[in-house]
Design a protein around this ligand. Structure first.
Ligand SMILES: Cc1cc2nc3c(=O)[nH]c(=O)nc-3n(C[C@H](O)[C@H](O)[C@H](O)COP(=O)(O)OP(=O)(O)OC[C@H]3O[C@@H](n4cnc5c(N)ncnc54)[C@H](O)[C@@H]3O)c2cc1C
Length: 433
């Protein structure tokens, strides 16, 4: 197997690493490689998939469907398969991945290692709650684990790949009517209405787009999207476009973002509408524009994503007020109500409201994110490791009270620290407490 030296980044492109990358095609080849952290499609924004001056194993060629039981709906797949491909293959047969993040390019390994959540989290919880088995590669040896392996299981799901390379996973798929989505979109004129609509939503899939530039009376305005699967005919998904080069820094300047957001808000009529969409357009709206992260230019960008408990909605409103006042936010902001479901010690979800906002990577934005992180800690909330590039070890320890259990299980699974990454080092996640 050849190793290729390269400089690579997470989706935010603000942090980079240089090192050797292997891209094995078969599990037998992978088993002979020296142990190194596995990475997927690097759709995590920060340094979770980076190992500067070290090695990583790119799993994206290990993408086969290994088994499918049409009676139970359990599918076993290699970890390099993308969640979007899994949906594309199985939706016409009446099965959907139970949980899908906002990009179809996330691999199954990445979905397990971040215990991702989707637009249906309030009903069915996180990705890891729908797995019946995982095969890990630990020092060249395969080990099949199930939820009965309690501590190793909980350290693996949402565990940043630190217990071993995830080779495959058995996923309980969700029965669906077909590969069509009925989507109802309605405007929320401000914060209180937005929260009330999220609280009242009974839909299977619910998400709020938020105009993070709106201020005063309009603070928190946005569009609530509610979706149900259905059967029928829809136009083919729109063809993909690509962002061919790094955009100049003014591409997402304050007036442009404000104008875009106002137009985006008004695209939905004042009394709402229901439309029919192909599933990928609903679940993965941004995937149609390949490499859209280049819109932020060479310096890249950060995403701030936090979740706060239900009774801290006021604290979240305070954060949004700060963001809107700063004039630094980009068009991509999402507000969602989460349920309790989480499957691992370091899983992000908690019952409450989650806010995700992108910021171009500039000193002012980093300072603002620092303030938002402190506000999250004070509100008893937490930050999402899939998005983080700036938090401190102290913040993580405060937000993730099960960190010591995770550390113990990881120390047992990988005693020599061969799976450590830039993120685990920056946040001192693997240090004994
Ligand atoms: C546009 C966009 C929208 C998103 N929306 C959501 C969302 O709605 N909900 C949500 O939860 N997340 C969301 N995300 C985050 C994304 O789902 C996660 O970051 C996911 O982990 C990315 O998968 P990946 O294959 O790119 O993994 P990577 O980013 O490459 O890796 C993530 C972590 O998993 C580990 N890992 C990857 N593969 C393996 C393996 N085979 N074995 C062991 N460890 C492994 C890596 O070491 C790393 O720690 C979004 C990201 C983008 C870009």
């Amino acid at each position: 197997m050849t190793w290729k030296t390269d400089t690579y980044a997470g989706w935010g492109r603000a942090l980079t690493a240089t090192g050797d990358i292997a891209r094995p095609e078969r599990a037998s080849v992978l088993a002979k490689l020296p142990t190194a952290p596995a990475i997927g499609n690097r759709r995590s924004y920060g340094d979770a998939p980076l190992n500067d001056n070290g090695r990583v194993i790119d799993m994206t060629r290990l993408d086969r469907v290994l088994d499918f039981d049409a009676t139970s709906g359990i599918v076993t797949v290699e970890s390099g398969l993308t969640i979007g491909e899994l949906a594309r293959l199985f939706a016409p047969k009446g099965w959907l991945p139970p949980v899908m993040p906002g990009t179809g390019f996330a691999t199954i390994g990445g979905c397990v290692a971040m215990d991702v959540h989707g637009k249906n989290h309030h009903h069915i919880g996180s990705f890891g709650q729908h797995l019946s088995a995982i095969t890990l590669l630990q020092s060249g040896k395969q080990r099949r684990i199930t939820p009965k392996d309690t501590t190793l299981w909980q350290a693996t799901i949402g565990g940043l790949g630190q217990t071993g390379v995830i080779l495959s996973a058995a996923i309980q798929m969700l029965a669906c009517k077909g590969d069509v989505m009925m989507v109802t979109e309605r405007r929320a004129e401000g914060w209180d209405e937005h929260i009330a609509l999220l609280d009242a939503s009974q839909a299977t899939y619910t998400v709020g787009w938020i105009d993070a530039t709106a201020r005063g009376e309009a603070l928190g305005r946005g569009i609530l999207e509610e979706g149900e699967t259905g059967a029928g005919l829809v136009p083919k998904p729109k063809p993909s476009k690509s962002v061919p080069f790094n955009a100049p820094h003014f591409a997402l300047s304050k007036p442009i973002v404000r104008a875009f957001n106002a137009a985006y808000y008004r695209r939905v009529p004042a009394d709402g509408r229901t439309v029919v969409k192909p599933i990928q357009d609903f679940f993965f709206p941004l995937d149609r524009i390949h490499d859209w992260n280049r819109l932020y230019g060479k310096r890249g960008f950060h995403q701030f994503q936090c979740v706060v408990p239900l009774d801290q909605a006021g604290a979240l409103r305070g954060m949004l007020d700060k963001i809107a006042g700063s004039g630094l936010a980009s068009p991509l902001a999402v507000l969602k109500r989460m349920g309790e479901g989480r499957a691992g010690y370091l899983s992000f979800p908690m019952e409450g409201y989650t806010l995700a906002v992108d910021f171009p990577n500039r000193a002012a934005a980093r300072d603002l994110i620092g303030e938002l992180e402190d506000m999250t800690t004070s509100a008893g909330g937490r930050l999402y490791l899939a998005k983080d590039a700036l938090a401190t070890p102290e913040q993580m320890a405060a937000m993730y009270p099960e960190l010591p259990q995770w550390q113990k299980a990881v120390a047992k699974a990988d005693p020599k620290g061969t799976l450590a990454t830039d993120m685990t080092r920056r946040l001192q996640l693997r240090s004994a407490t």
